[in-house]
Ligand binder design. Structure first.
Ligand SMILES: Cc1cc2nc3c(=O)[nH]c(=O)nc-3n(C[C@H](O)[C@H](O)[C@H](O)COP(=O)(O)OP(=O)(O)OC[C@H]3O[C@@H](n4cnc5c(N)ncnc54)[C@H](O)[C@@H]3O)c2cc1C
Length: 387
């Protein structure tokens, strides 16, 4: 049986960051990805907008791999950039103006991310669905993976759940919570027309119940999706394809050269399942000092709020060697809509991967040692250090 120090399950932005961080600590790392490209929702899902790393008032908030991947995504130029320069015009514009964010090319990013991980000696296993775990003495000691070779067991010292859906936590019977509000339908696609190649956003972005004003855009259809039921996900994909077709046919009436160039190959679902961590970070805890902070994130929807992310949001001590990252992080329902976006996934991914390289028991990890490693890799942990 093959043995790895760190197994990263899922190759979205959280998994890429975790695998990179763990490999840079000199560990033997494997990344399992069920698709055949890296980037998850940020590539195969065609969600190609790298949201701001800043607070909108001139302060960069997220650092380290979050910044490295942003720069990687626009190595050969951005599809779109707002504003043109890093931290330009911040604090001087109205709420409606965009902070620094970029739209990158999904396919190119996935190739560049793969190259980066391979250069750092990460083993990437594509087409590989992690389907179960073996637990002994409150530790995952094996992961079971299904791919073209059949079902294979891999021995692991520590595991990062970056599946976006908390699959590994669920297999491990760690307490998890599902998204009560349910997801609205999205049908983002790319098209080419006489003027070039464009991202087409179809479907309103959702607003958490606690933040509703009654003036929200109408969703494409009233039905909501959990993202955790095989039949329901397929039905959602059918509806998403139907909406894409309808949308493009309308576009074609005014431009015969309009063609659909890319559709998403994974479901565009925002929130599904997250762990109940040792700490649940709440949307009201902005500007709060946490001694065990592993980095900071801003609020993509609003200028100002800064959150320090406690290490305790990434694990539940019921299973000692499992840590989560990205959409799986322990936050309350309202903050989930903030923590799920790309920069935040990179922040939690880097911390989870670094921690996984250091220990096989997260509840006894020396957090100040973890923080020192993160700082030496460019992460700033506390708000007081950026103001
Ligand atoms: C419609 C929509 C619009 C969005 N808009 C934006 C935006 O504009 N900007 C922004 O920053 N964010 C946006 N987001 C959110 C953001 O794209 C995602 O939340 C983020 O990319 C999630 O990263 P992740 O790595 O945690 O998870 P994912 O990207 O979901 O990655 C998880 C990976 O794990 C793989 N996987 C899952 N289960 C298994 C398994 N059991 N075994 C092996 N592999 C597995 C998946 O194939 C996937 O590649 C949007 C999301 C949606 C749905």
């Amino acid at each position: 049986m093959k043995m790895y120090d760190v197994a990263v399950c899922g190759g979205g932005f959280a998994g890429i960051s975790a695998a990179l961080a763990a490999a840079r600590e000199g560990k033997k790392v494997i990344l399992f990805e069920k698709e055949y490209m890296l980037g998850g929702l940020g590539t195969a899902g065609l969600v190609t907008i790298y949201l701001p790393l800043c607070d909108g008032f001139g302060h960069q908030v997220s650092f380290g791999i979050a910044e490295e991947l942003l720069k990687l995504s626009i190595t050969y130029g951005a599809e779109k950039k707002y504003p043109e320069n890093w931290l330009d015009g911040v604090g001087t514009k109205t709420e409606k103006d965009k902070r620094y964010e970029v739209q990158y090319n999904a396919q190119l990013f996935s190739i560049l991310a793969e190259k980066l991980l391979l250069e750092n000696d990460v083993d990437i296993l594509y087409g590989s669905y992690v389907i179960d775990v073996a637990i002994d003495n409150n530790r995952i000691n094996m992961l079971f993976v299904q791919n073209k070779s059949g079902k294979t067991a891999f021995g692991v010292r520590s595991v990062v759940d970056a599946t976006g859906d908390c699959d590994i936590a669920e297999f491990s019977k760690i307490p998890t919570e599902t998204f009560k509000q349910g997801n609205v339908l999205a049908a983002w696609y790319y098209f080419t027309d006489s003027s070039g190649y464009h991202l087409q956003i179809v479907g309103a972005s959702d607003v958490p119940e606690a933040e509703r004003t009654g003036k929200e855009l109408k969703p494409l259809i009233d039905k909501r999706f959990s993202g955790l039921d095989g039949e329901e996900i397929s039905q959602m994909m059918h509806l998403s394809h139907k909406k894409t077709l309808e949308h493009w046919l309308k576009k074609r009436e005014s431009d015969q050269n309009a063609v659909i160039s890319t559709i998403a190959t994974i479901p565009q679902i925002r929130m599904t399942r997250k762990i109940v961590g040792e700490y649940e970070l709440k949307h009201t805890e902005m500007h709060t000092y946490f001694e065990d902070s592993i980095g900071m994130v801003s609020n993509w929807k609003k200028r100002g709020p800064i959150y320090e992310v406690p290490f305790r949001t990434l694990y539940n001590k019921k299973v000692k060697n499992l840590i989560v990252a990205g959409r799986c992080t322990s936050v309350n329902e309202t903050l989930w809509d903030v923590m799920r976006v790309i920069p935040c996934c990179a922040v939690t991914g880097q911390a989870a991967g670094t921690a996984a390289a250091m220990t096989d028991d997260f509840s006894t990890l020396n957090v100040s040692e973890l923080q020192k490693k993160l700082q030496s890799n460019g992460v700033i942990l506390h708000e007081r250090d950026i103001l």
